[in-house]
Each structure stands twice: as C-alpha cells, then as structure tokens.
Design a protein around this ligand. Structure first.
Ligand SMILES: [Zn+2]
Ligand SMILES: [Zn+2]
Length: 389
C-alpha cells in the first residue's frame, strides 16, 4: 500500500528528475511498461481500443516488434536499477508492470477478425503519438532549449498531459461529431466542378492552397475567439498555461477543438482537396501545432516572416500587455503582417506567458467547466483581458 502511495505521489509531483539517481531511467521504464500494458489491452480488444483510421496505416507485426523492444528496454532498465540499488520502489513497480504485460500475452496476443463500426477510444493513437512526440520533441527541447532550466515535468504538466490523453482517447467521438457537423453545415455547398478544378492543380500548389485556406479560416475564427468575450471564455483555457512546451498546445477546450475543426474542414470539404493533400495537411497541422508551443529556440532567418515558428507563436501566448491579441496565424506568419496584427517587440521572446490575472483553475475538468462557471467566480478576469486591448 505504501509502495502504491509512493508511485501515485510521483504523478502529483513536478520538477526536474535528479540525474544519476535512477529516477530518469526508472520513470522511462515505468512509462514504457504502462504503455505496453495499454498496448496489450488494445491487442485483446482492438474493436474498442484501436482507431480504424489508424489501423489502416500500420502493420500489427511492426507494433508487436515495437512492443517487444519497449518491454526489453523497460525490463532491462528496471532490472539494472534494482541490481544497482537505485530507486528500487520505482524500478520494482516498472518490472512488475513489464511482467504483468508479458503474463497478459505481451506482443504475442493474437488479433483475429473483429466487427467494424464499434464505438472505440483511441488507445493505439495515444500510445503511438505519445511515443513519437516525446522522442522527437523532448530531444528537440533538450538540444535547442529556449528555457534551459525548464524541466520535462514542469509545473501543471499533469493538466496538459490529461488534455493530451483525453484528446487522443476521444479521437473517434470528435471525428464523428466533426464529420456530422461538416456535412450538416457545408453539405449544401458541394459543387463538383469546383472540386474537380481544385484536384487538377499540381500537388504542391494544391497543398499550398489547402494550407492557405485552412489558415485564413483559422485566423478569423481565432481572432473571433479573442475579440468576442463569450468566445474568449473558451479560448482562455488554451492561453492559461504559464509554461510553453510540446504538451502545452493540447490545452484546449473540447468545444473549441470541435468548432475550429468544423469551420476549417468545412471550407476544405467545399473546395474538395484531394486525399493526398488532406493527409499531408493533417500531418503538417499536427506537427506545426506541437512545434510552435515547444520550448525550443531555433534560427529561422527570413523564414520567420513567412511561416509561423515557435518564436512567433510564443508571442501569441505572452501576457505582456503590448503583445495581447497578436499573432493569430497557425501556418503563415504573413497573414498577421497582412491584417496588421503582428506582435512587435525588441526582445526575441516574451517574459511571461498566460492570461492576465491568472484566473484559470488547474485540472482538465475544471478547465472544461470554466466557460460555464466563470461568471460567478471570476467576474473581473475576462473583462481584464478586454480592457487591455
Ligand atoms: Zn489565441
Ligand atoms: Zn497556442
């Protein structure tokens, strides 16, 4: 019981893991082992725990090999720590999770035929995206840090990690709702000759057009979120993070996620972009959104006037009064130059991030409820944001 309490306490802590103490390797081993346990569950119940859109893209055999590597790594790290006497409570728990995953079938769980069309949560999407994003972005943040002292498990990481988790698990529900709404609101505008003309464009031009249309819609919906007080209550959730890193961009109100996607995908649907271009767009939007919130400092040169970089989007999250309601674009920085909303400063990065007054509660659920409860609790706060414009 004491061990369980100690492991659970780990999830409530934040701050740097002391290097050389067995904490870093222990946490990696535990995280990998827990993901393997989730993966084994997804092998057992693929109809409920895997994402149909993703299943078409990967081979189950490759996933089995990936799980084997993860199990070996988690088992090896935790065994080494146990032998060396480093954080035995942590590595012992990780080893227990590895053994449980193996006992439950590990990478060998047979996956037979299963019915299509079942309601599901995207466990596979969560595991794969978390592994990939952690690997790419944590390495980038360590190699090119903007704030060198900012730890991976920084303040309120739990809140943003929950946003990441829920966004991934609800992928099926969001896709369903967004598709229904896109057809409901934009179905009337379906015009085949327009779609054929768009699809006749060369790939690069079609992709550029797709990103430009998406960003024009995004720019104006985003600006509306800032300028209309009712919408700001929802968008304030995204701005409430005081620390920016690869997880921070996922802090979003679910209704905002749905509304923004419906307006962007609706416009793209009406224009009829081809499947290849849409796939590329989804990859780019996912990568750029995470990168732009990351704790990185890279040299962009003149590119920074053209595309949205982390430098540019960090200013969007600044709580310096002069930078409020600036830098709305998500792909092309020139849109803000065009519409006169670019943040100007003689400093390369802002000093403080977050909402003025810091009125947002921590915790996923409280943030989802915030737009509906702020009036009673936080009368002055969102008005403060309006005054500052
Ligand atoms: Zn914003
Ligand atoms: Zn942002």
């Amino acid at each position: 019981m004491k061990l369980l309490a100690r492991v659970l306490a780990l999830f409530r802590q934040s701050g740097e893991l002391k290097p050389g103490s067995g904490m870093v390797s222990g946490v990696i081993a535990l995280a990998l082992a827990l993901l393997c346990l989730l993966g084994v569950a997804a092998f057992h119940f693929p109809e409920y725990l895997s994402t149909p859109e993703l299943r078409r893209q990967y081979s189950v055999d490759a996933l089995r090999q990936l799980m084997l590597v993860a199990l070996l790594l988690a088992g090896g790290l935790s065994l080494a720590n146990i032998i060396l006497g480093r954080q035995r409570w942590l590595s012992g728990t990780a080893l227990l999770a590895v053994l449980l995953a193996v006992a439950a079938g590990g990478p060998q769980v047979p996956v037979g035929d299963f019915p299509a069309g079942t309601p599901y949560i995207g466990i596979d999407w969560f595991i794969l995206d978390l592994l990939g994003s952690t690997l790419v972005f944590v390495l980038l943040e360590k190699r090119f840090p903007l704030y060198r002292d900012q730890p991976v498990f920084r303040v309120e990481w739990q809140t943003d990690f929950t946003h990441v988790l829920v966004n991934h698990l609800l992928v099926g529900l969001t896709l369903l709702v967004v598709n229904l709404l896109v057809h409901r609101f934009f179905g009337w505008a379906f015009y085949a000759p327009l779609q054929q003309a768009v699809q006749a464009l060369p790939f690069a031009l079609e992709l550029f057009a797709c990103l430009l249309v998406a960003d024009l819609v995004q720019y104006w919906t985003h600006r509306a979120y800032h300028e209309l007080p009712f919408l700001w209550r929802f968008h304030a959730v995204h701005h409430s993070t005081r620390v920016l890193d690869w997880m921070a961009g996922s802090r979003l109100h679910l209704l905002e996620v749905i509304a923004t996607r419906v307006s962007i995908l609706g416009a793209l649907y009406v224009l009829g972009f081809s499947k290849g271009v849409m796939d590329a767009y989804i990859l780019i939007v996912g990568f750029q959104a995470v990168l732009n919130h990351s704790n990185v400092r890279l040299r962009w040169g003149p590119l920074k006037y053209l595309i949205v970089t982390p430098d540019f989007h960090h200013w969007h999250h600044a709580s310096d009064r002069a930078a409020l309601d600036r830098n709305y674009a998500a792909h092309f920085a020139f849109l803000d130059y065009l519409f006169g909303t670019v943040a100007r400063s003689d400093r390369p990065f802002p000093e403080k991030y977050g909402v003025l007054g810091d009125y947002m509660p921590a915790g996923f659920l409280k943030q989802q409820l915030f737009p509906f409860t702020w009036r009673e609790k936080q009368d002055a706060a969102p008005a403060d944001h309006e005054d500052s414009r």
